[in-house]
Design a protein around this ligand. Structure first.
Ligand code: SF4
Ligand code: SF4
Length: 141
């Protein structure tokens, strides 16, 4: 795979980490322990003066997924994108499947046990506030 979908973040005006979304991040117990200031303020307490994540290697799984997300409908998990002005969503659609394959291979196996809890969090926080679009069903590898 060439390039990085998240290169877009370096020149993004919307900056999800600086807005409303930065106070609505799901954390596993370990992530919460590692990052006690998560969800405490907006912009995110871990956003540095240059608009970058100061805890990038430790950032929560929810941050790693963004702008992708997971919802459960009729017993199945689906990858979705929310309508939140993210440039990746607007400009990089042709590369989504490659990145979702990568998430399914590298990330999802590590947080499988939290999927149900994560989904309940996302439903409560976002459904009704933002429109979302289903991309495809999650494959748990
Ligand atoms: S809104 Fe999208 S492009 Fe902008 S910083 Fe967030 S993930 Fe990156
Ligand atoms: S932890 Fe890092 S990636 Fe997550 S919202 Fe905060 S600054 Fe952004």
């Amino acid at each position: 795979m060439t390039g990085n979908l998240w290169d877009r973040c370096l020149t993004c005006d919307y900056l999800c980490c600086a807005g409303y979304l930065s106070k609505s991040i799901f954390t596993t117990p370990q992530e919460k322990k590692n990052l006690p200031l998560i969800n405490t303020k907006s912009p995110c307490a871990y956003l540095d003066g240059e608009g970058l994540c100061s805890v990038h290697p430790l950032r929560p799984f929810d941050c790693r997924l963004f702008p992708f997300d997971l919802i459960k409908e009729e017993g199945k998990f689906y990858w979705v994108i929310w309508d939140v002005k993210c440039r990746i969503v607007e400009e990089e659609r042709s590369r989504f499947n490659d990145y979702l394959d990568e998430h399914e291979t590298r990330l999802i196996p590590k947080i499988k046990q939290y999927l149900e809890e994560f989904n309940e969090w996302e439903d409560a926080e976002y459904k009704g506030k933002f429109k979302y679009e289903i991309i495809r069903e999650l494959v748990i590898r």
